[in-house]
Design a protein around this ligand. Structure first.
Ligand SMILES: *[C@@H]1O[C@H](CO)[C@@H](O)[C@H](O)[C@H]1NC(C)=O
Ligand SMILES: *[C@@H]1O[C@H](CO)[C@@H](O)[C@H](O)[C@H]1NC(C)=O
Length: 606
């Protein structure tokens, strides 16, 4: 019997007695408990967890979340031309997941699900009318105060909790300082970052997320008002109005001019309205100084680790990388083989390295569980001319914004906890970003809430190799409130089936993305499949070969099973407000956070 990686010293003799000579040859440190547990496992016919300590209670948590990073952008996921040595080092020292899934394919809902362990349709962090994410820092929507994040539970368990970087889960409900959706109202005790998130618009760069659309609308309004004024001048509509003719013409002309001026300045306005930094409850830099934000975030993360090294702590570093406009410091510009996007990825990897080095220097590595992931797939549509500014999703079809196709939701994900999780291990089972919630809550000594549905599952047994199966039998893949796809893990046959009920229509046809738009739509310009598309992901992860209803004997059974699951989930939902619907998602002047005094808004206290 061979027991690889076993570390023990006290028990080496006892083991030799029981197991013969091989045990005597083992390289041994000290961990009698795990050796005995392994032995017990052997005798009970269980798969032993060799060489691993029982999870020490209450580790620190360092959670690293990239923005828009594709699974194909990382060295340890098979990219041979981009350099991500630090993320690769994390994978070598821990467990790399190859089927880790975001609950949605865009930022706001995916992040809400990550923090709460619940599908966005349960928390209201979605819409049914095309609003994919929170649009304004001065909107009224956001993660409802009743929702429980893992940060909130860990804080109650005595953890010091911090967030550095992007939030994008709302700010205020009624006035500029109620901060009902603010990170500090959701369990974080320290916050430095962007309430909304990085956008091309923060740099006035292409692709623009908001300016172009707003400009277009304002121009149309301006033109409509001007046209109405002219029509009146021509006297055609004069009898329809009781108001004096010239007063009306004048008013319409003024309205047209105002819209035209607004269209011209809307870009500058967005920079102030959305691209600002907050430190805890205070706006400290408005607008954001792009060239300084990377250094600022790094210093903040490092100082958090140093200040709280006596633990326990939970730090979420939510990178602004690798979202457009790809803010990259001089040191990394022009270094990669993949243009501005590759440079930005390599810089983020360097930041990961700096943070991991701090853990090492402070002697925190062995009692810190590190998690690295991306919030969803890379953006295929992000490009300026022919230069690709978004990520690469490897063999997986589709990308950011596509709720169903694998490329939108399958993300790179690594867990590392030396001594407790195996090193250099790969897990192919389907897992979800929602699983982080129960996993860290339980390890932190807390309990999962029992008054609501938690969709995530504790990952620890799978990560430690105590089980080889994911606890998820089904995972549903929504695009807003529309169910685009669903997967079924048929354990007894070792298969992962995936059914697509709806898929976006690509532009141009067959392009694999919706070029000319920010993301593919969830409804309207989509194909509804009847019968649905069925793929066997276990043999066809690239979703290239849909199975034929008449050739695949399981076809109807699988589709029916997933339909039933969808109905079951739908009926388990409670009535909630859609936080991303139009009324909560428009700019409200009275909610606009700012620093400085009229008429000179803005400040820089960082
Ligand atoms: C590596 O990543 C870059 C940047 O996204 C991408 O263009 C390239 O195709 C990837 N290469 C491989 C081999 O996956
Ligand atoms: C950290 O854990 C690893 C793996 O168990 C062990 O080899 C190493 O000596 C530990 N380091 C410290 C500083 O305790």
């Amino acid at each position: 019997m061979l027991l690889p990686n076993m570390h023990c010293s006290d028990d080496v003799n006892a083991l030799s007695l029981v197991m013969g000579t091989e045990a005597g040859e083992m390289t041994c440190h000290s961990c009698s408990r795990s050796c005995l547990a392994a032995l017990l496992g052997v005798f009970l016919g269980l798969e032993p967890v060799l060489g691993l300590d029982a999870p020490r209670s209450r580790p620190n948590f360092l959670l690293l979340l990239a923005d828009d990073l594709g699974i194909g952008d990382v060295g340890c996921y098979g990219n041979s031309t981009i350099r991500t040595p630090n993320i690769d080092r994390l994978a070598e020292g821990g467990v790399r997941l190859t089927q880790h899934l975001a609950a949605e394919a865009v930022c706001t809902p995916s992040r809400a699900a990550f923090l709460t362990g619940r599908y966005p349709i349960r928390t209201g962090m979605t819409s049914g009318n095309g609003h994919r994410v929170l649009q304004w820092a001065a909107g009224a929507g956001g993660l409802p105060p009743e929702e429980i994040t893992f940060a909130k539970i860990l804080k109650e368990q005595g953890y010091v909790t911090g967030l550095v970087g992007k939030w994008h889960l709302g700010l205020n409900c009624h006035n500029t300082s109620d901060h009902c959706h603010h990170p500090l109202s959701h369990g974080f005790q320290h916050f430095l970052g962007l309430p909304l998130g990085m956008m091309g618009d923060c740099a006035g760069a292409e692709p623009s997320e908001k300016r172009m659309t707003l400009q277009y609308r304002l121009h149309r309004c301006s033109q409509a008002s001007a046209l109405a004024a002219l029509t009146l001048v021509a006297g055609k509509l004069i009898r329809l109005f009781h108001a004096p003719r010239w007063a009306l013409v004048f008013t319409l002309a003024v309205v047209a001019a105002v819209f035209a001026a607004a269209a011209r300045h809307v870009g500058d306005f967005i920079v102030y309205a959305d691209c600002f930094l907050m430190r805890n409850h205070t706006v400290t830099q408005q607008p954001l100084r792009l060239e300084r934000v990377t250094g600022l975030m790094l210093r903040e993360a490092e100082s958090f680790l140093q200040r709280n090294k006596h633990g326990p702590f939970m730090l979420l570093v939510s990178f602004l990388h690798v979202h457009t406009p790809l803010v990259t410091t001089k040191d990394f510009q022009g270094r990669s083989q993949h243009g501005p996007y590759g440079d930005n990825v390599e810089e983020m990897d360097w930041m990961v390295g700096r943070i991991l080095d701090t853990l090492d220097q402070e002697g925190l590595t062995n009692n810190t569980l590190v998690y690295f992931a991306s919030d969803h797939g890379g953006s295929l549509e992000s490009r300026a001319g022919h230069v690709q500014l978004g990520g690469w999703n490897g063999v997986y079809r589709g990308g950011k914004g596509m709720g169903g196709w694998e490329g939108g939701i399958r993300v790179p994900a690594i867990f590392r906890w030396p001594g407790v999780l195996p090193e250099g291990q790969v897990v192919d089972e389907p897992t979800s970003m929602m699983d982080v919630f129960p996993t860290v809550v339980l390890l932190g000594g807390g309990a999962e809430p029992t008054d609501r549905v938690i969709d995530g599952r504790n990952l620890l047994p799978l990560l430690r190799g105590e089980t080889s199966y994911s606890d998820h039998e089904f995972l549903l893949h929504y695009c807003e409130v529309f169910l685009h796809a669903a997967r079924w893990v048929q354990r007894d046959r070792g298969k992962v089936w995936k059914v697509h009920f709806m898929t976006p229509k690509f532009h141009p046809e067959g392009a694999g993305a919706c070029y000319g738009r920010a993301v593919c739509p969830c409804f309207g310009d989509v194909t509804e499949h009847d019968p649905p598309l069925l793929f066997d992901l276990s043999t066809d992860p690239g979703e290239a070969h849909p199975l034929k209803p008449d050739l695949e004997p399981e076809f109807h059974a699988v589709v029916e099973k997933l339909r039933q699951e969808a109905v079951k989930q739908w009926s388990s939902l409670s009535q909630i407000y859609q936080q991303l619907g139009t009324i909560y998602n428009i700019w409200r002047p009275w909610l606009q956070p700012s620093c400085g005094e009229f008429p000179r808004y803005g400040c820089d206290l960082e």
